[in-house]
Design a protein around this ligand. Structure first.
Ligand SMILES: *[C@@H]1O[C@H](CO)[C@@H](O)[C@H](O)[C@H]1NC(C)=O
Ligand SMILES: *[C@@H]1O[C@H](CO)[C@@H](O)[C@H](O)[C@H]1NC(C)=O
Ligand SMILES: *[C@@H]1O[C@H](CO)[C@@H](O)[C@H](O)[C@H]1NC(C)=O
Ligand SMILES: *[C@@H]1O[C@H](CO)[C@@H](O)[C@H](O)[C@H]1NC(C)=O
Ligand SMILES: *[C@@H]1O[C@H](CO)[C@@H](O)[C@H](O)[C@H]1NC(C)=O
Ligand SMILES: CC(=O)N[C@H]1CO[C@H](CO)[C@@H](O)[C@@H]1O
Length: 331
């Protein structure tokens, strides 16, 4: 009770992590304030400590990692690091050592697991071996989405950043297509070649330790994907349908816990630039050649580009994650 009151008093700093439904009447609600580090509330008598993550969301960039993290954070047995750590992919951080890394983690109770997410890990050559060296039985989560759509979303984010800095930028189609061909030098396209990156991870971790979340399904209907994630993490099913409600203005699901509501921030709902049906179709054809390798590698397939070419009209869709307005690829 006392701690609930404290949480209310701290409402200006409330974030979803404070909105847990306690696992059982005996479980103390999580007390970690929104910012990393020094907890105003770390004093109350709990056995909270900072633990190395037992689970890492390793990617993919623009695949919905933030939404997945926030949704998992609804679970009373999960506590999450709020910011992207870039520990295993940035040498200057890695050199600080595991002690430093652990200090960046939120407080967690004995029955909670700590989750960190840094989408840059997925495409990092060093991350797999470094993570393996920390904990070879760690469980990895990978959220993927349609690779063509991910490219556009990736472009949109960079475009937004460059605009804010008054920097010049190339129109999307000039970057995607060069001399009539898909521009395979474009970094965003390389990041969508999931099977190439996945192969590096499978050299270090068995497939059974990597769970893939379907980002396109997670936005449309979060609960079933979260159930699968709970099972993979060996957690009891605690995330409920009542934790989600659809915000028609935003066009995507927002989260609710203990009477508090929260939507993901606006950067997640940017409009995509218009891409012609022709360019899109070319992109889809290009990725088709790669999707099979990935599907075989992970023993599962996804509905990407739907194999029936691009839609008829130009697309000015919003960023899919978590806006929920997928491209009209057939339906
Ligand atoms: C902390 O842990 C000890 C031993 O594991 C237990 O006796 C004590 O009740 C715990 N304290 C709280 C506040 O949970
Ligand atoms: C390693 O990860 C596994 C799976 O999440 C976890 O059960 C175990 O406690 C971790 N080991 C350490 C030393 O953190
Ligand atoms: C960008 O340009 C606008 C208008 O020219 C100006 O108001 C703004 O301060 C500039 N921003 C930066 C970051 O330079
Ligand atoms: C729904 O989204 C709109 C637009 O972002 C926001 O102003 C409003 O507060 C949201 N409503 C709820 C109930 O989340
Ligand atoms: C579609 O996009 C192309 C190239 O961006 C443009 O030339 C064309 O007018 C657009 N068509 C429609 C129907 O908006
Ligand atoms: C869902 C999807 O895009 N499937 C395609 C994967 O790639 C093969 C060719 O490699 C196509 O035949 C599938 O339609």
């Amino acid at each position: 009770m006392a701690s609930s009151l404290l949480l209310l008093l701290l409402s200006s700093r409330l974030s979803l992590s404070e909105l847990h439904t306690p696992a059982s009447p005996n479980t103390t609600p999580q007390l970690e304030p929104t910012t990393q580090g020094e907890g105003l509330l770390s004093v109350p008598a709990t056995n909270a400590s900072r633990k190395l993550p037992q689970t890492i969301i390793m990617g993919v960039r623009k695949g919905g990692t933030r939404a997945l993290l926030e949704m998992l954070n609804l679970h009373p047995h999960i506590t999450v690091a709020k910011t992207e750590m870039h520990f295993f992919d940035w040498d200057e951080n890695y050199q600080q050592g595991l002690g430093w890394y652990r200090q960046q983690m939120p407080l967690s109770l004995p029955d909670q697991i700590t989750v960190e997410k840094t989408p840059g890990y997925f495409t990092s050559a060093r991350a797999p071996e470094r993570i393996q060296a920390m904990n070879s039985s760690l469980r990895l989560l990978l959220i993927v989405r349609d690779p063509a759509e991910r490219v556009i979303s990736d472009y949109t984010q960079v475009l937004h950043n460059r605009r804010q800095q008054n920097k010049s930028f190339q129109p999307v189609e000039q970057i995607l297509i060069r001399d009539g061909e898909v521009n395979t030098n474009y970094k965003a396209i390389q990041r969508s070649l999931y099977h190439l990156h996945m192969a590096n991870w499978l050299q270090r971790f068995p497939l059974g330790q990597i769970h893939i979340v379907d980002g396109d399904l997670l936005i449309r209907d979060p609960l079933p994907e979260l159930r699968r994630a709970e099972r993979f993490l060996h957690l009891p099913p605690r995330i409920q349908a009542s934790n989600f409600y659809f915000n028609h203005t935003k066009g995507f699901f927002c989260l609710r816990a203990e009477g508090h509501e929260r939507c993901l921030d606006d950067s997640k709902g940017r409009r995509h630039p218009s891409v012609s049906a022709r360019a899109l179709s070319q992109l889809c054809t290009y990725f088709e050649g790669h999707n099979d390798s990935f599907f075989k590698m992970v023993g599962r397939s996804f509905s990407w580009c739907r194999g029936d070419g691009a839609p008829e009209q130009n697309i000015t869709s919003s960023d899919t994650f978590p806006l929920g307005q997928a491209w009209p690829h057939g339906q």
